[in-house]
Design a protein around this ligand. Structure first.
Ligand SMILES: NC(=O)c1ccc[n+]([C@@H]2O[C@H](COP(=O)([O-])OP(=O)(O)OC[C@H]3O[C@@H](n4cnc5c(N)ncnc54)[C@H](O)[C@@H]3O)[C@@H](O)[C@H]2O)c1
Length: 360
């Protein structure tokens, strides 16, 4: 067997303990050699429970360890982009949680750091690694190529959220240590009173926008057409153009015991529809329905292969496999820059167009 990828992990909070650390530890091609946590008691508890050889007091100390090939990061929304940039500059491959960045300026500095070091920057859009979503994307590509259902006419993602944790019983340590202060970074032009709502909308719906671009193979061919959000800067409708197709994103909330999210892509003579699982419900891929109109009128529900897999586990496998092979990833920082740009555009249109705010 080739040498295992030596992995470090920065930030030992909720996502690390509940999701990423157990996943990386369970991958045979990965060796978790060190963690970094600025809250020392928490770091010690996680190190001892998971038997990790080394605990560092900060990401800078971990970045200086020459034996580490790659690092995974999950920290506050505004913090983790700068941590990822420092790790790339230190010559590490990086997997990081979303959102990649809270401004285009921050995201560009990260992509520049990845380009300069020649290392991988992968953003944790686990929906791209959900076996049901991969099936949906492959089916959509096939319909676009063959023209079997006619032209692609419309796409929508409805995302009202709900219970995303689903009683996940993976053990977790916690302490009463103070969280590190995060500067409330945001685009320079954004008025202070809108930083909170902007971060709330961005951190939730960056998943959905990223997924829609993936389904439509849109790459950077995406722009915002219309924004109609309530005064909360969160609930409403945003309309995009992605690769020439009108795409509608419905955002809001409902107190739902599951996760109220589905995506539908229409063709002239049918559709492909997918229902997202609650995020932390393990080993449950998205469900897919295909409707073929015309003479036959067939509705089918193909089952994703491999069956019973977890999107977060598959994204961790993807990162380790691509680092080992030296190949590009399916959710790179360079690709994600488009999402960061779209969210700045949404909020500019919302504040200027909907609310009539004069922006600098
Ligand atoms: N993909 C998803 O579905 C999903 C779901 C939830 C959260 N997230 C993302 O995960 C990220 C983390 O969320 P969380 O709930 O785990 O946060 P958290 O606050 O529970 O954990 C973050 C940890 O990082 C530590 N930390 C901060 N700066 C550090 C540094 N410089 N060096 C070392 N440790 C540092 C903090 O002390 C804390 O323990 C967020 O950005 C969020 O957007 C993603």
């Amino acid at each position: 067997m080739a040498e295992r990828v030596k992995l470090g992990y920065v930030g030992c909070g909720f996502m690390a303990q509940k999701v990423h650390l157990p996943n990386f530890i369970s991958i045979p091609e990965c060796e978790l050699v060190a963690i970094a946590e600025v809250r020392p008691r928490l770091g010690g508890m996680v190190r001892d429970r998971l038997r990790i050889p080394t605990l560092y007091a900060s990401h800078e100390e971990l970045a200086a360890d020459p034996d580490i090939d790659a690092v995974a990061v999950s920290a506050g929304f505004s913090l983790q982009g700068d941590i990822a940039r420092d790790l790339l500059a230190a010559g590490k491959h990086v997997f990081m949680e979303k959102p990649m960045a809270v401004s285009v300026a921050q995201a560009e500095a990260m992509v520049d750091a990845a380009d300069a070091s020649g290392k991988i920057l992968m953003v944790g859009y686990m929906k791209r690694y959900d076996a049901g979503n991969v099936l949906m994307r492959d089916q959509l590509r096939q319909f676009r190529e063959t023209g079997e259902l006619g032209d692609q006419t419309y796409a929508r993602n409805h995302g009202f959220c709900g219970d995303w944790i689903c009683n996940l019983d993976t053990p977790m340590d916690s302490t009463d240590e103070k969280m590190p202060g995060a500067p409330a970074m945001a685009p320079e032009w954004l008025p202070d009173e809108w930083v909170g709502p902007y971060l709330g909308y961005l951190q939730q719906y960056t998943h959905n926008v990223n997924l829609l671009r993936y389904f439509l193979d849109a790459g950077d061919d995406a722009r915002v057409r219309v924004v109609d959000l309530d005064d909360d800067g969160y609930s409403g409708v945003t309309i995009f153009d992605m690769a020439g197709t009108r795409v509608v994103l419905e955002t809001g909330g409902v107190s739902h015991y599951r996760w109220d999210e589905h995506t539908q892509v229409y063709f002239r003579h049918g559709w492909v529809h997918t229902w997202a699982p609650p995020l932390l419900l393990k080993n449950t891929p998205a469900e897919v329905e295909i409707y073929r109109g015309g003479e036959e009128q067939v509705i089918s529900r193909p089952v994703a292969k491999p069956r019973w897999t977890w999107a977060y586990r598959r994204e961790a496998e993807h990162f380790i496999e691509r680092v080992a092979a030296g190949k590009p990833v399916d959710s790179s920082g360079a690709d994600t820059l488009t999402d960061v740009r779209l969210f700045e555009d949404i909020y500019r249109i919302f504040l200027e167009g909907n609310l009539g705010t004069k922006l600098a």
